[in-house]
Design a protein around this ligand. Structure first.
Ligand SMILES: Nc1ncnc2c1ncn2[C@@H]1O[C@H](COP(=O)(O)OP(=O)(O)OP(=O)(O)O)[C@@H](O)[C@H]1O
Ligand SMILES: [Mg+2]
Length: 243
């Protein structure tokens, strides 16, 4: 199968290596995160941080290199102006984070939450990045890419097999739900198109099925997925029942 790699993105992302290296004003580094990065390096999780793959609303994602020459994705949550209210909605009633306070404490808990969510999803056999380690506002996970170039989002590259890709994603969402989790932020921006099919990313907001709004989030995920794939004329899957 041809690798679904966005040609137009490749040079732009590599160009960022010089421009965007470590700008402290991005708000993802503080004393604790710098100490945590050093600890990761001492433990061999990665030996260097190469460049910023993406600057998101809540986090920056960097590519790291290991001593063996492999790659890791390093997601660093923003410590300033984060969406506390938004985050709290997805943590309320979650027994895993009952004692979480606000501010940096919330960001650290959120980082741990994404790590835990990814671990459960990965163990359930869902296509998500394999989590490697977390500390403070930093999550290290499997790098989804080829030859060091990250795979593209579904929104950028589209789908060559809408029915097949939809089926895989739907099956993963159902697997998660049976395993006790709802992703809660499914969109074409949170799906990377890999040579092993579509992978769901950005799993920090995923909630336990015991969350009071879990069913609502699950239905919203299904509706978002179906609405995206519906634009392909060969797409023939029935609309999910989200009443
Ligand atoms: N494991 C990974 N391997 C390769 N690239 C990744 C990985 N995780 C994230 N990325 C890249 O970083 C981007 C942002 O990741 P993610 O959606 O997790 O962060 P975010 O800050 O929540 O973003 P946003 O606020 O835009 O939703 C992704 O679209 C993808 O391009
Ligand atoms: Mg995202």
């Amino acid at each position: 199968m041809a690798l679904r790699q966005s040609k137009k993105k490749r040079p732009r992302r590599e160009d960022k290596m010089d421009k965007n290296l470590w700008p402290l004003e991005e708000g993802v580094f503080d004393r604790t995160s710098l100490i945590s990065l050093t600890k990761f390096m001492k433990k061999g999780v990665f030996k260097s941080i190469d460049y910023c793959i993406a600057e998101g609303k809540e986090a920056n994602v960097y590519r790291g290199t290991t001593a063996e020459g492999g790659f890791v994705a390093i997601k660093m949550y923003r410590l300033r102006s984060p969406s506390f209210v938004h985050m709290q909605q997805y943590m309320e009633g979650d027994r895993r984070f009952a004692n979480t306070r606000n501010g940096v404490d919330l960001i650290h808990a959120w980082t741990q939450k994404e790590y835990k969510n990814l671990s459960i999803m990965h163990d359930l056999g869902c296509r998500v990045p394999d989590p490697i380690a977390f500390k403070a506002n930093i999550l290290a996970m499997e790098f989804l890419g080829v030859e060091g170039v990250p795979y593209s989002q579904l929104s950028d590259i589209g789908s060559e097999d809408p029915n097949g890709d939809y089926d895989l994603l739907l099956s993963d969402l159902n697997k998660m739900r049976e395993g006790g989790l709802v992703h809660a932020d499914v969109s074409e921006y949170n799906i990377l198109m890999t040579d092993k099919g579509p992978y769901l990313i950005d799993c920090g907001q995923a909630v336990l099925t015991t969350h009071p709004r879990a069913e609502e989030f699950y239905k919203r995920d299904l509706a978002n997925l179906w609405k995206y794939f519906k634009k392909y004329k060969e797409f023939d899957r029935p609309e999910p029942n989200t009443d």
